[in-house]
Ligand binder design. Structure first.
Ligand code: CA
Length: 142
């Protein structure tokens, strides 16, 4: 009895506790070339810093599905916020102006927008649970 109960419960416990699936769909790209970089943050204190929990570089041609660029990230269940930018000039960095404004198209989870400064973590945060979650974001130049 104990053995069969364990076998029934164990796979569900393991599969639910480890990782969730985050699907990121990005629209609004003006060119089907270059790369998109996605950076995932897990707290307000690390938001928009170099302290990311995951970073993904996507070649747009490879990830293009219709008008969308699509990718999947596997992360521990929890609360996250993410940013994406289109690296048009292919230098691996988000180009900014001398006052720190992005010069390449960007997007945030929940399509959070800037209001008197960069979007806030609390506006971009979402909860990744056991069910796959889709973040559909529109990338745009500021
Ligand atoms: Ca760049």
């Amino acid at each position: 009895m104990q053995v069969s109960l364990f076998l029934l419960l164990a796979p569900a416990v393991f599969s639910n506790e480890l990782t969730g699936i985050l699907i990121v769909e990005i629209s609004g790209l003006k060119h089907a070339s270059g790369n998109v970089y996605i950076a995932v943050y897990e707290s307000d204190s690390t938001w928009l810093s170099d302290d990311t929990i995951a970073v993904k570089k996507l070649a747009i041609v490879d990830a293009l599905d219709g008008d969308l660029v699509r990718t999947e990230l596997h992360l521990p269940l929890g609360d996250y916020a993410l940013t994406a930018f289109h690296d048009i000039d292919n230098d691996g960095e988000l180009d900014t102006s001398f006052i720190g404004m992005p010069k390449e198209p960007i997007a945030m989870s929940n399509n959070a927008v800037a209001r008197f400064g960069p979007p806030k973590f609390e506006d971009a945060v979402f909860t990744l649970g056991a069910k796959p979650m889709i973040q559909h974001i529109t990338i745009r130049a500021l």
